[in-house]
Design a protein around this ligand. Structure first.
Ligand code: SF4
Length: 328
């Protein structure tokens, strides 16, 4: 993995929000990771864990509070002029809500054509129209859809339009921000399969943000698990599912239902349940952020925040007792 080109390098990234009366919400709190060319990094965690904020800060939609994000070696937050314009073409985002992210007053043709116009990708009307048709077909729609409005489509079709809009400018890297969570379960797999197919065809690199660990497994090469704005585990998809180490990851995996009542009933006896409230991300105290819900917490967990440690085999865990927990 180390020999591959790093597309995005995130170093000690922090994104804090002032929420009044001197309080600070630490949405992203000192996160570091790399994303390699052609891979999909899944980013998972419960709602409010900072994964969407992290994705948006990584591509410069939010200013950072501290740290650095490098896209192909260049600081995302200081890009100016032509470099910034080029970056906005190479890096695209697909949003969670296909209903809210597309302008209802525009036709599909206008929505997809906007990027072509901004980046001057077509030499004339015919080429522009052909590009729109090509990208519609690439995402499983057809040219008859071009002159319709967004309200005429289903949720899955709208997400396909959102994907076509992102792809038409020929990006290299895409942040997929919970692109399937607003869709019916039956449609989710279709969109995931489409994203996998497009990645192969166009050599794309993805940051796939999701709260659903089961779907992340199918699309991700590696998975990063976030808890209250910090990275608690990062490893390959296979390692994470075969040998989860952090107690939080173990609990998340344990909560994935198995579609067989007998196996599920048997498994229910051994399920690791997440006890306690999710602590507030506002004015967090020192120590491990997971300690109030962790069955293995010790006094040191109250005192010191665990660092992300390399436990071998491309596996990184932020827990003072990661060596012991691997044997649990
Ligand atoms: Fe649990 Fe302590 Fe590890 Fe945090 S550092 S996950 S509280 S054992």
């Amino acid at each position: 993995m180390e020999d591959r080109e790093i597309v995005l390098s995130v170093q000690h990234l922090k994104k804090y929000f002032n929420v009044g009366k001197g309080s600070v919400l630490k949405a992203v709190d000192d996160i570091s990771f790399d994303i390699y060319k052609g891979e999909t990094l899944g980013m998972v965690g419960e709602s409010g864990c900072g994964k969407t904020t992290c994705g948006r800060t990584c591509i410069g939609l939010y200013d950072k509070t501290d740290g650095q994000v490098l896209y192909k070696g260049k600081d995302v937050h200081t890009l100016m002029g032509k470099e910034r314009f080029e970056f906005k073409k190479k890096v695209q985002m697909v949003f969670q809500d296909p209903y809210g992210s597309l302008d209802p007053r525009m036709t599909v043709s206008d929505i997809i054509g906007e990027g072509i116009d901004i980046h001057h990708l077509a030499s004339g009307k015919t080429e522009r129209q052909n590009m729109i048709y090509n990208y519609l077909e690439m995402v499983g729609l057809n040219r008859e859809h071009a002159n319709r409005f967004v309200h005429e489509f289903s949720g899955g079709q709208r997400q396909r339009i959102g994907i076509a809009r992102a792809l038409v400018v020929q990006p290299e890297f895409m942040v997929l921000d919970e692109p399937i969570s607003a869709l019916d379960v039956s449609i989710q797999a279709q969109i995931v399969n489409l994203l996998v197919e497009l990645q192969k065809k166009m050599g794309l690199t993805y940051l796939f943000v999701a709260h659903d660990l089961s779907m992340v497994k199918h699309i991700s090469d590696r998975v990063a698990v976030l808890y209250l704005g910090t990275l608690v585990e990062l490893t390959t998809s296979e390692q994470l599912y075969a040998n989860p180490n952090h107690p939080y990851t173990q609990a998340l995996l344990s909560a994935i239902p198995i579609p067989d009542p007998e196996i599920e009933q048997e498994r229910d006896k051994n399920k690791i349940k997440l006890e306690g409230e999710v602590p507030s991300p506002i004015n967090t105290k020192p120590g491990c952020k997971f300690r109030k819900r962790c069955n293995y917490a010790m006094p040191v967990c109250d005192e010191r925040m665990p660092e992300l440690k390399d436990i071998g085999n491309q596996h990184f865990v932020a827990c003072h007792y990661c060596d012991q927990q691997r044997k649990l």
